[in-house]
Design a protein around this ligand. Structure first.
Ligand SMILES: Cc1cc2nc3c(=O)[nH]c(=O)nc-3n(C[C@H](O)[C@H](O)[C@H](O)COP(=O)(O)OP(=O)(O)OC[C@H]3O[C@@H](n4cnc5c(N)ncnc54)[C@H](O)[C@@H]3O)c2cc1C
Length: 435
């Protein structure tokens, strides 16, 4: 693909240039740990860090190199919203529940930013705000109604941007104005994850990369036997934070729906061009259910962007061509830019579109974040650790006893194409309302 990619093109996350997955084989296994953590992403590492600081012996097992999961592959957007809008949640669960859930999202956002500050993790965390571009007049109206409701009921801060001022936010004709959420933030997800992992190791957590957990067997007296590809260990508590990468653990595989998300980085561009394309340096998403998303890189003059989530793209050529098509369609003035990186990663949806934390006996879990895993993964990990330690204040609206599955579903989402088509249909319905 000589015309589309740079000569030093890499099919790997841009973030890995600064924070490649950490290669840790680990030493010998102890026979027993207080807590075994499965998965070394934000969820697992956040739990492990807090538990180790509280004096517990903790081992993390990851079947890949720590950091090779979604936690060093994502877009680095942090906010206070879910895939389910506030209005949708109010309609299905009632105003009180919607408000409590969105209050918890706000708390998770604050908790994550406070943690980054108190741990002095150098990961370009900032709050430039987010622009949500309306893909039709109907979407603009729906966005204004949803945000208006959130403002009235929760004091949520936002400003609508009319179509004629759209280019002050984002250099496209595709959107008909949109909304600015001034407090939304972003970070370098690779450096954030590396910072957390380094601190967990410094706190005494034993980390075993390239070690898959094949089975967790809970005995009648409540302790757990954890069978790994490296040997068997015992643990009083187990934390499962495997999200879209879950293998082997059947109960979890039947409850999460892994789907691929795709991203790319442009080559470096002149500062002036970057300022023309994203004048205020905010993160940008569109108002569709299946979004395109854009942001300036935190550490160079590039745009990082993604879309086509859930599409069955195979191989780096097909992914790269699709990403370049998104760039050219949305930002025509960037069409001369080549791509320096493309990559993909697995997210996890759930059958009720809600994240879940909970426990089966002393096997605790947090997963199903859709696109909110930076703040929720960090917070769920911390709350799970708090629950194991018997701390107060670890309640969660996401800790329902029901984590739904579907008959005959075993972890292979054959229906993903249908779901994506349903999302597209729903977006067209919203668009029609405004015409
Ligand atoms: C392209 C992309 C863009 C995204 N953008 C955003 C965003 O902007 N903002 C946001 O908040 N979220 C975003 N997300 C989602 C976010 O990255 C995830 O929700 C979050 O990283 C999940 O963290 P985690 O710790 O739960 O899981 P992960 O970081 O995915 O880690 C799970 C780990 O579990 C390990 N594992 C699985 N099974 C086993 C087993 N049996 N034994 C041992 N190890 C096992 C895997 O190897 C993996 O390393 C995005 C995701 C992708 C892919």
């Amino acid at each position: 693909m000589p015309d589309v990619t740079t000569s030093d093109f890499k099919f790997q996350p841009y973030w890995w240039d600064a924070a490649a997955p950490t290669v840790i084989e680990g030493g010998n296994l102890d026979a027993e740990y207080d807590v075994v953590v499965v998965g070394s992403g934000y969820t697992g590492v956040s739990a492990a860090l807090h538990l180790a600081r509280a004096g517990r012996s903790v081992a993390i097992f990851d079947r890949q190199d720590p950091g090779a999961g979604a936690s060093r592959r994502n877009a680095g957007f942090i906010g206070r919203v879910l895939k389910k809008s506030y209005s949708d949640l109010s309609a299905s669960k009632g105003n009180g529940t919607a408000k409590a859930i969105y209050t918890e999202l706000e708390a998770a956002y604050r908790f994550t930013l406070d943690l980054i500050e108190s741990e002095a993790i150098d990961c370009f965390a900032s709050r430039p705000g987010r622009f949500i571009g309306a893909t039709s007049k109907g979407h603009f109206d729906a966005l204004a109604a949803d945000l208006g409701k959130m403002q009235a009921e929760m004091g949520f801060d936002y400003t609508m941007v009319q179509a004629e001022r759209q280019r002050e936010e984002f250099d496209t004709d595709l959107y008909l104005g949109g909304a600015v959420i001034p407090e939304s933030g972003c970070l370098h997800p690779g450096l954030y994850h590396k910072g957390l992992l380094d601190r967990a190791i410094a706190a005494g957590v034993a980390v075993f990369g390239r070690t898959e957990v094949e089975e967790i067997i809970t005995s009648s007296i409540g302790s757990n036997e954890v069978r790994t590809t490296r040997g068997v260990v015992r643990a009083r508590d187990v934390v499962v934070g495997t999200n879209g990468y879950t293998t082997k653990l059947g109960w979890f595989r039947r409850r999460v729906v892994p789907f691929r998300a795709y991203m790319a980085a442009t080559e470096e561009m002149p500062q002036l061009l970057l300022e023309k394309l994203i004048p205020r340096g905010r993160t940008v998403i569109d108002s569709n259910t299946n979004i395109d998303f854009f942001r300036p890189a935190p550490d160079s003059n590039r745009i990082l962007f993604g879309g086509a989530t859930g599409a069955p793209l195979s191989g780096h050529e097909e992914i790269t061509i699709r990403m370049k098509a998104i760039l050219d369609r949305v930002l025509p003035d960037a069409r001369d830019l080549r791509l320096s990186h493309t990559w993909n990663g697995y997210c996890a949806g759930t059958f009720d579109l809600m994240p879940h934390m909970g426990c089966n006996g002393r096997v605790h879990y947090g997963m199903g974040y859709n696109f909110s895993g930076i703040t929720l993964g960090t917070t769920f990990g911390r709350k799970i650790a708090g629950r194991i330690l018997g701390e107060a204040g670890v309640e969660s609206m996401f800790a329902s006893s029901v984590f739904p599955t579907m008959p005959f579903y075993s972890g292979r989402p054959w229906f993903l194409g249908l779901v994506m088509r349903y999302f597209d249909w729903r977006d067209r319905q919203i668009a029609r309302r405004g015409s």
